[in-house]
Write a protein that binds this ligand. Structure first.
Ligand SMILES: [Zn+2]
Length: 101
């Protein structure tokens, strides 16, 4: 089943345009194909993001190293590292608060 790239509406086989939002199906398919190619040819950005989350310093280094050549991957790593840092600070504050009671 093909989904509209814009609104996610399930498209019927042979549809030319999305009945929900009017986006051209050919355009949707092309975008989906590009997305798939980008993911498959990509540098497993997901794995790097997980590593960045577990080791924020890796994310920070990855961000600085890759920002010029692979901005998408770099930003993903940076975000994961930032999220991890924020969560650990929040967690520390909660623990500190609990033990101060
Ligand atoms: Zn649509």
């Amino acid at each position: 089943m093909t989904k509209c790239i814009l609104c996610g509406f399930d498209l019927l086989e042979g549809s030319q345009v999305c009945p929900h939002c009017g986006t051209s199906v050919a355009e949707s398919l092309q975008k989906q194909k590009e997305e798939m190619e980008r993911i498959s040819s990509g540098d497993n950005a997901g794995c790097l993001a997980i590593v960045s989350f577990l080791f924020p310093i890796v994310g920070l280094i990855g961000f600085l190293v890759l920002i010029a050549s692979k901005p998408r991957t770099a930003k993903l790593m940076g975000k994961a590292a930032l999220l991890s840092t924020i969560l650990s600070i929040v967690f520390s504050l909660i623990v500190a608060y609990m033990f101060s009671q």
